[in-house]
Write a protein of this length. Structure first.
Length: 64
């Protein structure tokens, strides 16, 4: 597995989805804190936004 770091500016979820599309990725793998309730409502969820906008499969790993 090749790994490369990239810095992009803008809306975090949209930049991840756009980068995956631009580079023709087969999968987006990411971790999530699993926030719920008020924290989730106020902060939103990058993972949730990506799940609803990405055109490739998403692999989420919850961080404890």
């Amino acid at each position: 597995v090749k790994v490369k770091s990239v810095v992009r500016y803008g809306n975090d979820a949209q930049e991840i989805v756009d980068h995956a599309r631009d580079r023709d990725f087969d999968l987006i793998a990411m971790s999530t804190h699993g926030r719920t309730g008020l924290t989730q409502f106020v902060l939103g969820s990058v993972a949730n936004k990506i799940i609803h906008t990405a055109t490739v499969p998403i692999f989420l790993c919850r961080v404890c």
